[in-house]
Design a protein around this ligand. Sequence first.
Ligand SMILES: Cc1cc2nc3c(=O)[nH]c(=O)nc-3n(C[C@H](O)[C@H](O)[C@H](O)COP(=O)(O)O)c2cc1C
Length: 203
Amino acid sequence: MVLLHLDSSILGANSASRQLSAAAVERFRKQVPDLEVTYRDLAAEPLSHLSGEHFAATQGATPETPAVQRDVAVSQAVLEEFLAADIVVIGAPMYNFTLPSQMKAWIDRIIVAGKTFRYSAGSVEGLAGNKRVVIAVSRGGFYGAGTPAAAMEHLETYLRGVFGFIGVTNLEIIVAEGLAVGPEQREKAMQGALQTATGLRAA
Ligand SMILES: Cc1cc2nc3c(=O)[nH]c(=O)nc-3n(C[C@H](O)[C@H](O)[C@H](O)COP(=O)(O)O)c2cc1C
């Protein structure tokens, strides 16, 4: 079984989402002895933004420069890494009401027509439905239903939409929120989320 572990927080050792994603991966490691884990740190080694030349190359144009050739090769590797994974664990912090731009750059590499989705008979068909995706979301404030900031939640809702679009139905989102409210709330939220992460079942 192959697990792809992604982090995107810029806060290094102080990151809540990194702590949660690591706990989830550790839990899977304990349950699946021969688990093969691939790790990608999207903040430490950011992918470049999608460019016009890159997009043209994905549509069949020959890459014109060595830089675009390299970028296309990286993209293919990122996509294959995602396609090969049975489980994907993602650390997803909220920055400015949505996902880190480094994670958006990764999503731009995996939403690929013919690979992870296709249009057929006027509707969309997701092609990546064979995976389990676990996302550890960390937020400074509160965004639950009925809260004043609920309409500004563009992280969890966006990720649910994206993974749904490519066919993932086995999606679990672990949330730690209110982390910037104060130490007590942070401790409480992290304990709750860590408990969920360490209670994940591999099968
Ligand atoms: C650049 C930046 C922007 C942030 N923007 C928001 C925000 O829009 N809403 C929010 O609730 N918290 C926001 N926060 C707080 C983070 O969501 C919170 O610190 C969370 O723990 C980040 O996850 P991480 O520790 O894994 O990086 C922001 C933090 C940073 C560093």
